[in-house]
Design a protein around this ligand. Structure first.
Ligand code: HEM
Ligand code: CA
Length: 634
């Protein structure tokens, strides 16, 4: 069983060391009473002679036409904002027991209930399919998440994973033998599932720290391994070495040619179960593409889109070097991706009112809104809780239809396709799973999480796996999330003062684990809320997510629809008009195998049985076409 978090490179390691040094310095200053609790809580401790300050990148004064690979040099005054391996920001100061990094206690200063206990007593596995959204909406959400958010966990000195439990998880290691980054999740002896295996300990390693961007010393700040911007860093990589390793001649991306079809390139990294004959593991910009096969499918689609667009651009512009073809294609794909997120995916998540309130709606032409004061960085509230709403919409099974007979060809339980992407090699599989993801409803956002994630995640060949729900709760505590009520207040919502304010069943479940409503973990509280009008998440998550995508627009000089007064890589008006025709349906039609997948729903994220969203042939006028001749460089 493997978590998919990895250390990237030397620079990431150096920053991680710096983050840790600063945290130790804060502990030291606190013990000498040279730093006040207020300073710690507000993160204002201005000790610029701190032990480690991240070096500033050198950026071209005129601004490059292309985003840098690491995401540096976007904000002119703060060139590290949003860069890979920089720190997460936060909406509220952290709740750490020592004000620095120690995991919070309950409101009455007792240890919090075990994250696993919270998970199995509050979350059930009950099917509650969405009446509108399909599983492609879920899968696209994880694809977005992997682009912008990648917590990195500590590893041992030799880069090996840290174990916080004995042998097979019979118990947590005695504290004096535990690595300092351990926070193992205790499993109660009467656990309804893990007890069958005498499994009493879920391994949990704390997230790596990164130095604060302003070199201040204060509470711990976690590292984001990805570039914070939606820039397809998980397709292209965020270091030169990685990107170079993924590139092929002619400005193309490498592919694995299989039966004449292009799949992502293969890798011999050891994250997949590859002991069966013909088994394969795929490479990507971020090394997480094999986490679940339906995610690998989206990596395939975007890799193909790169090569499709690059070939057209190279023909239109025979004088371009292969570097130009590569970078121009990347620039177009990044714009397509941002357009699909803001124009199609977010409105279906947040509903019209929040989209309007946060000025997230898309319009024809250039858009206003860049604000150099806005730090685009992801907030821990978004990454460790709100955006993880997605774990509730995963279905335990993926139905793969046979479009010829109209029957279900295969119903795959998801642990079977975690780190096991080899089915993609079967000839009709890609087309079939694309149809399946579009037909099958996603699950609703609610306190139900499939056992495929809460009992069997990454089980490999074992009878049990990890509990992602417990890990989410523990991660929230690891990164210092405050209790749920604090974020309700922040969003202008009334806090819960009594369990009785929840439905009787929920109240009973909550009070069986938490002592007070003031202790509820943010991820749990968010899942319990009814969705906002026209959206799928409740108001607390909706606000945190809308805030994040506002930062990612206002704080991104390279946002795809900013004009040349802001964006050094702006599109011409006619090019932008073409980019704005892109829909995820058009992308799927352009990059499917096309043997069995011949029709597509106009809205790729909604169920085909919704009136007006019946599948149509890919050449129907209802599926938009992008005219790339506008990208001839004259
Ligand atoms: C399809 C099956 C999925 C699996 C197996 C999966 C698995 C995981 C795992 C193992 C983590 C790291 C947990 C930790 O150590 O803290 C994670 C994090 C996360 N997941 Fe998922 N996930 C899935 C789907 C989704 C979906 C659909 C979304 C959103 C719509 C999503 C959003 C996130 C986010 C935002 C994080 C935090 C990333 C970070 O900063 O590390 N996931 N997921
Ligand atoms: Ca990114």
């Amino acid at each position: 069983m493997k978590m998919s978090t990895v250390i990237y490179d030397e620079r990431a390691k150096e920053l991680a060391r710096g983050g840790l040094l600063n945290m130790f310095a804060a502990q030291e200053l606190k013990s000498r009473q040279a730093i006040s609790d207020d300073e710690l809580a507000l993160g204002l401790a201005d000790h610029t002679d701190g032990p480690y300050c991240p070096p500033l990148p050198s950026c071209p004064s005129t601004g490059s036409r292309y985003r840098t690979l690491r995401g540096e040099c976007n904000n002119i005054k703060n060139p590290n904002w949003g860069a890979a391996n920089s720190a997460f920001e936060r909406l509220l100061p952290p709740d750490y027991n020592d004000g620095i990094w120690a995991i919070r206690k309950s409101s009455s200063d007792l240890p919090l209930p075990s994250s696993r206990t919270v998970s199995h007593r509050i979350l059930l596995d009950t099917s509650n399919p969405s009446r509108t959204h399909n599983l492609m909406f879920m899968q696209f959400g994880q694809f977005i998440a992997h682009d912008i958010s990648a917590g990195v966990i500590y590893t041992a000195g030799d880069n090996k994973p840290i174990s916080c439990c004995t042998g097979d998880g019979e118990a947590p290691l005695p504290p004096h033998l535990q690595h300092w980054a351990c926070a193992p999740i205790q499993v109660e002896p009467n656990d309804p599932f893990f007890d069958h295996f005498q499994h009493r300990c879920i391994n949990f390693v704390r997230a790596q720290l990164s130095p604060a961007g302003d070199c201040s010393i204060g509470y711990a700040k976690q590292m984001n391994g990805a570039t914070h911007y939606p820039d397809l860093s998980h397709i292209y990589g965020s270091t030169k070495e990685k990107t170079d390793s993924l590139r092929a001649p002619g400005g193309l991306l490498k592919v694995f040619k299989d039966y004449g079809r292009d799949l992502p390139p293969s890798t011999d990294r050891k994250e997949c179960l590859t002991d069966k004959e013909g088994a394969v593991c795929f490479d990507s910009g971020d090394n997480h593409a094999n986490q679940i096969l339906s995610l690998t499918v989206l990596h395939t689609i975007w890799t193909r889109e790169h090569n499709r667009v690059a070939r057209i651009l190279a023909k239109l512009n025979p004088k371009w070097t292969e570097d130009t073809v590569f970078m121009e294609t990347r620039r177009i794909l990044q714009a397509e991706f941002q357009h699909i997120i803001y124009n199609e995916w977010l409105p279906l998540l947040l509903g019209p009112q929040i989209m309007r309130e946060f000025q997230l709606l898309t319009f024809p032409g250039y858009s206003p809104g860049y604000d150099p004061q806005v730090n685009p960085s992801l907030t821990v509230e978004f990454s460790a809780a709100a955006m993880r709403f997605g774990h509730s919409i995963v279905d335990g099974k993926i139905m793969v239809p046979n479009p010829k007979s109209g029957e279900i060809y295969e119903s795959i339980s998801i642990p079977e396709i975690m780190h096991q992407p080899s089915r993609l090699r079967l000839l009709p599989f890609l087309d079939r799973i694309l149809i399946g993801l579009s037909m099958q409803p996603m699950q609703s956002v609610d306190p139900f999480v499939t056992e495929g994630l809460s009992r069997y995640m990454f089980r490999g060949v074992k009878p049990y796996g990890l509990d992602l729900a417990a890990i989410n709760i523990q991660r929230g505590r690891d990164v210092g999330l405050r209790p749920y009520n604090h974020y309700r207040r922040l969003c202008g919502l009334k806090p819960f003062t009594d369990f009785k304010q929840f439905s009787p069943i929920t109240a009973q479940r909550l009070s069986s684990v938490y002592q007070s409503p003031e202790d509820i973990d943010l991820w749990i509280g968010g899942l319990l809320e009814a969705p906002v009008e026209g959206g799928v998440v409740g108001p607390t998550f909706a606000n945190i997510i809308a805030d994040q995508f506002t930062r990612l627009k206002k704080g991104d000089r390279y946002f795809y629809d900013y004009g040349s007064n802001i964006n050094p890589g702006a599109f011409t008006p006619s090019q932008l008009a073409e980019i704005k025709k892109v829909t995820f349906s058009s992308l799927l039609c352009d990059n499917r195998d096309g043997k069995e997948f011949t029709s597509q729903t106009p809205n790729a994220f909604l169920r085909p049985d919704l009136p007006g969203n019946e599948p149509v042939p890919c050449d129907s006028p209802l599926i938009s076409k992008v005219d790339l001749t506008k990208f001839r460089d004259i």
